[in-house]
Design a protein around this ligand. Structure first.
Ligand SMILES: [Zn+2]
Length: 242
């Protein structure tokens, strides 16, 4: 028997399995096949029970303050008394869960991004080249995270470059990074003009270039994203504490 938490990915997998079982269970309706698979895998009588568990799982991320609801998972604030808002949240939440399953992370919230960005600007002022590099990466990461949030919300994260590839496209227009640091990073990550329009930091929804999104980029990006964000957050918390 599996554990209690049901994610969107679990539901999607069962729906897919029910469709595939059409050949082996031809006398059952789609709903009956769903129920049968849910029963076999989770020991529940109806698929609907899993949907209810999923709803409870979603609700567990939501902080309620009067009518104002805030979801910590998909960073969304909405009016919990308005059906349209509740629907908007559930759609966004599902996109974020789907993206997390593919990307291995959820884009940072606005607050986290600002923290990482502030630390990044501070580090860029350091005389130490290693700290400068880390600082520029932190600022660029905060831009990447906002860009990725928009891509996830728009259901097009699978067309968004990974962090390492994003850096190569972002560096030509990164005038906020001192030129000597920018050039060192361009040597390390590449320098690809034309991907991100001048003055913008978001990956465009209609990109003029084709992204690579290689498996090695994916792994390197997750590692780099993790180390830069952890270092920046630790530093920011240290500053608050002292
Ligand atoms: Zn949510």
């Amino acid at each position: 028997m599996k554990m209690n938490t049901i994610t969107w990915v679990d539901l999607a997998r069962l729906k897919k399995a029910a469709k595939a079982a059409k050949a082996t269970l031809p006398d059952l309706t789609h709903m009956q096949r769903l129920n049968a698979i849910a029963a076999a895998e989770y020991g529940v009588r109806h698929f609907h029970e899993l949907e209810k568990r999923y709803d409870a799982q979603v609700a567990s991320h939501v902080d309620v303050d009067g009518g104002a609801h805030h979801c910590r998972f998909c960073s969304f604030t909405f009016d919990g008394t308005l059906p349209a808002d509740i629907k908007a949240h559930s759609e966004r939440h599902q996109l974020f869960a789907e993206a997390q399953a593919t990307l291995g992370f959820v884009p940072m919230s606005y607050k986290e991004r600002e923290q990482v960005k502030r630390t990044g600007y501070e580090w860029m002022r350091s005389p130490d080249p290693g700290t400068q590099r880390q600082g520029a990466l932190a600022v660029l990461l905060s831009h990447f995270e906002r860009s990725m949030e928009h891509a996830v919300d728009g259901g097009r994260w699978h067309k968004h470059p990974y962090f390492v590839e994003y850096l190569a496209y972002a560096l030509p227009g990164a005038g906020f990074v001192p030129e000597s640091i920018r050039q060192r990073l361009a040597k390390e990550f590449g320098d690809k003009p034309g991907g991100i329009p001048a003055g913008a930091t978001d990956w465009p929804s209609q990109a003029a270039v084709k992204v690579t999104r290689s498996a090695s980029d994916a792994a390197a990006s997750v590692r780099l994203r993790e180390s830069v964000s952890q270092a920046a957050k630790t530093a920011a918390e240290g500053l608050v504490a002292t």
